[in-house]
Write a protein that binds this ligand. Structure first.
Ligand SMILES: [Zn+2]
Length: 213
């Protein structure tokens, strides 16, 4: 199995990710929320006590090298390629109707969706092996690859974070980045610049809603 090196050792991430050494490194707005409990469980092995009151939704990649450290009765979970929620807004809305108030979106290094163009022929073949005709499989994969591809994992997380804040204006959204090497969570450095700009009032433009896939 291919486990990438720690992001800490990668120059690419040096100034882009903040380490979480202790509870003090967690932003104030996340303290005493399920976001904090999740981060403490992931980075320090603190046990999570499920209260039965589920207020957290976690969205992350389908990646098999990462598993969530949560018990049952603690969180709703959406797992999709790249971890972006786009196309699953109804699922988010449903969880909101059930009492969710916090969303954690987790990006990770070495994501397959950053290399999906080069993997597309294999995906086409996989569909053909399921009985799809070549032309139909190619057309489908071409369309989906465009939707699913990301150029950079951390940048894609940033874009999705900003997009989600404009669609879900009352939800507290925590963008996190997990290192596949040791499953430690990091906080993107750009978060401190964008934290206070969320439009919590006003109407979400109809046009934005209609363009959701
Ligand atoms: Zn991934």
């Amino acid at each position: 199995m291919n486990i990438p090196p720690p992001v800490r050792a990668d120059d690419k991430y040096r100034d882009l990710l903040r380490e979480v050494h202790s509870r003090e490194d967690i932003p104030e707005t996340w303290k005493d929320t399920p976001i904090e409990s999740f981060m403490m469980a992931q980075n320090f092995g603190w046990p999570i006590a499920a209260t039965g009151k589920v207020e957290l939704l976690i969205a992350t990649c389908i990646e098999f090298r990462y598993s969530l450290p949560i018990p049952k009765m603690y969180a709703y979970v959406i797992r999709r390629a790249s971890g972006r929620v786009i196309g699953s807004e109804f699922s988010v809305g449903y969880t909101l109707s059930q009492g969710v108030r916090y969303l954690i979106i987790i990006g990770h290094n070495d994501c397959g969706m950053s290399k999906v163009y080069e993997k597309a022929p294999l995906v086409v073949q996989a569909f053909m092996d399921q009985g799809w005709e070549k032309e139909a499989a190619e057309e489908y994969v071409k369309k989906q690859v465009t939707r699913h591809a990301i150029s950079d994992e951390l940048e894609a997380l940033h874009e999705e974070y900003l997009r989600l804040r404009s669609v879900f204006r009352k939800l507290v959204i925590a963008p996190l980045f997990v290192c596949l090497h040791d499953s430690k969570l990091y906080i993107p450095s750009w978060l401190s610049q964008t934290q206070d700009e969320q439009a919590t009032n006003g109407t979400v433009p109809n046009e934005l809603i209609r363009t959701l896939p």
